[in-house]
Design a protein. Structure first.
Lengths: 187, 194
């Protein structure tokens, strides 16, 4: 229990075909910074009789795919190298998420699932990335009296250039599904 | 540096005294996290929104952080722990006279850090220190995309033990407080690549 280990695993499927099975991702700096920023948060409040909201992490999460096959992930990466579609990429047609409690096995996780319908994306899939609204405040005990809606940023990437999986050409006749599990466990 | 894993770690440094009489008692001993801290971080990754209507406050993680000292020297930390075993003072323990913090820093590439610094004035605590606990207010929800609305009533996540340093784990050597000197504890929390 000397550390909490955060890992990410990606599964990519087309129809019944599994093209990458629970492969470890590479995190980038935005994920690290966001976790510390979360811990540093003290309070939020509304001023006056208005409605406001603090939108973070899950709000606006997304998964994008790209065609790059030569650029390994480094911690300063902020986006896919060569997204499929206009940057940050073609959004999936459907998204869903679920959580798993770790009472039995000590592994707690959130799984994000994105699906592109058949024919909506094409080309070579060599990279994919998970984007979330990581908090970006750096002040100890930061507070807010206004809406807070930090930008959606890339927090982790799976790349064929890291030799994490083999790139493949998308079969346009089948839907494409990417499942991204972020798990936390004692280590 | 391996990017396939983010590690959250905590390090505890303890001094007694001040100025040139400040004596280092424990140097960056590694803490052990318990369930509330881990679950709070998972919960954050599933948080969609906190909404507010006319005047409510919502308090979380770093609102009134606390540290407590305890005298237990025989009980190792387990993940289900929610409190110190034998706090010094009435449970959850005698609060420090001051607690301050350090903004997020980036001491080296791939490492982000914050620190909590608690001071007990001379004479306010006494006895053997065999355990210490860091208490924060982590999120507790466990549904993907959860949100919480706050209206005119304030809402505060409970102050919970998130990590513990224990001599029973042999993570530091217990010591007897010199009541004529202040006790200072710095608890560094670091997020880094493996």
């Amino acid at each position: 229990m000397k550390k909490i280990a955060v890992k990410g695993y990606v599964t990519i499927k087309q129809g019944d075909k599994v093209l990458a099975k629970y492969i470890g991702n590479h995190f980038v700096d935005a994920g690290l910074k966001g976790l510390i920023s979360t811990i540093l948060h003290a309070w939020v409040r509304v001023v006056g009789a208005t409605v406001m909201a603090w939108r973070v992490w899950y709000d606006g999460w997304n998964i994008y795919i790209g065609s790059d096959v030569v650029t390994p992930t480094n911690l300063l990466h902020t986006g896919l190298q060569n997204p499929i579609g206009d940057a940050p990429g073609t959004a999936p047609n459907t998204r869903s998420a679920s959580m798993k409690e770790g009472t039995a096995d000590g592994i707690w996780s959130v799984t994000y699932v994105a699906t592109w319908y058949a024919g909506t994306v094409s080309g070579t899939l060599g990279e994919t990335a998970l984007y979330m609204k990581a908090p970006d405040k750096a002040t100890f005990g930061w507070t807010l009296s206004s809406n807070y809606d930090p930008p959606v940023v890339m927090i982790s990437r799976l790349s064929s250039a890291d030799l994490n999986f083999s790139s493949f050409v998308i079969d346009e006749g089948l839907p494409l599904t990417v499942e991204w599990t972020v798990q936390l466990a004692f280590a | 540096m391996e990017l396939d894993e983010i590690q959250v770690k905590g390090y505890v440094t303890i001094w007694q005294g001040e100025g040139k009489n400040k004596k280092l008692i424990v140097a960056r001993a590694e803490n052990r996290f318990v369930d509330a801290g881990l679950k709070g971080l998972v919960s954050a990754l599933a948080c969609a929104a906190l909404s507010f209507y006319s005047g409510g406050y919502l308090y979380s993680w770093c609102y009134t952080p606390k540290m407590y000292l305890g005298s237990d020297v025989g009980t190792v930390t387990i993940h289900e722990m929610t409190a110190l075993v034998a706090p010094i003072g009435a449970a959850p323990g005698t609060a420090s006279n001051t607690i301050t913090g350090i903004d997020r820093t980036n001491p080296s590439s791939g490492v982000w850090r914050t620190s909590f610094i608690a001071v007990w004035y001379a004479g306010t605590v006494s006895g053997v220190v065999g355990e210490l606990g860091l208490y924060l207010r982590p999120f507790t929800e466990f549904t993907a995309g959860w949100s919480r609305g706050v209206t005119t009533s304030n809402y505060s996540y409970p102050s919970s033990l998130v990590s513990r340093l224990s001599s029973a784990n042999e993570d530091f050597s217990s010591f007897v407080i010199d009541p004529s000197k202040s006790v200072t504890v710095q608890w560094d929390v670091e997020v880094s690549f493996a």
